[in-house]
Design a protein around this ligand. Sequence first.
Ligand code: HEC
Ligand code: HEC
Length: 319
Amino acid sequence: MRHARAYGIAALATVAMAAVAYAQTTETTVTPLPDNAPVEAAPLDAAPADLSATTWGDAKAGATKAAACAACHGVDGNPSDPQYPRLAGMPERYIAEQLALFKANQRTSGMAAVMIPFATMLSPQDMRDVGAYFAQQNPGAGIADDTVIAGGPYDGMKFYQVGEQLYRGGDFERGIPACMACHGPTGAGNPGPAYPNVGGQNSGYAARRLEEFRSGTGPLADNPQFQIMAKVAAELTDQEIQSLASYLQGLHARTDVVVASAATPASAPVAPAGDEAVTTDTAEGEAAEGDAAATPATDAPTEAGQTDAEQADAESVEP
Ligand code: HEC
Ligand code: HEC
């Protein structure tokens, strides 16, 4: 009995660690998403189209079908026009689910009317194929706003730091969880349940989505995924939403740190945190290195307010 229980706990711990490691490896060189994730953790049952009859997307087939998306989302899912959301690096399942929602006329908010005809063309399997294609592409990122805030509750902070603090630590008093608990330290999302990549997302789009979630109403109010975010966003102020969106726009994986963590000896139990960077529009930047190795990424609350992962090179879209 005692042994069985110990094994059970050990098994749980292993699963938890695997989850942490997975959430942190966003570079395809470390964890190629489509190759490593053919096993579905949960059924795609929130989506209206019959995605249950589909199989894991074929990225090659998806590349051909994605030609129809390039005009707005870019050939590789990195749009040149910031009014369109970035799809590069989005989990395959998230893309397929959203396409199903568009096609069923359930996702109708914002600029959905522009998008719906293109989702309508796709079969359920096409949705997963294009999802697999975009999941394989490297997401770029934009620039976060580092203007210093004058007045109000966040007086003296750089604009994006308000979002950074919430992203990494949440706000316990108001029941706001750390965003990175679900979206990961680099924003890459989670391929198991359909949690989107938010790293590098265009800020205008991200802010609008957060406002929709905060309202808790609208066409998708019955959707369980929407409700997850509705609970998260309920207490956010306008300023916090704008700052979060700015932070997300600059958030991206740091190639140098990811490479370093890939080389971490096998004995290291948890991959280092801080494998992220926010590109800001400062000319010099602070260029401080995140002292990543000491802090597991799951320690979100204690990381609140740390700004040690800033990226120096303001011009670079990817480090
Ligand atoms: C004419 C421009 C246009 C084309 C072409 C287009 N889209 Fe979109 N797409 C949009 C817009 C605009 C949105 C944002 C809708 C909104 O405001 O919520 C969007 C949103 C999406 C989303 C949701 C993203 C998210 O983060 O939730 C997915 C997935 C998507 N498109 C996939 C595709 C695919 C796949 C194709 C090609 C088959 C495609 N789109 C073609 C304009 C376009
Ligand atoms: C408990 C898990 C969880 C937490 C915590 C969480 N999210 Fe989300 N997030 C989700 C899920 C699930 C979705 C997809 C919602 C849907 O499909 O309608 C999502 C969607 C989003 C989107 C829309 C992305 C897109 O491409 O349209 C943004 C932006 C976002 N989250 C930002 C945040 C921010 C900022 C925080 C912290 C304040 C946060 N999330 C915390 C689970 C979470």
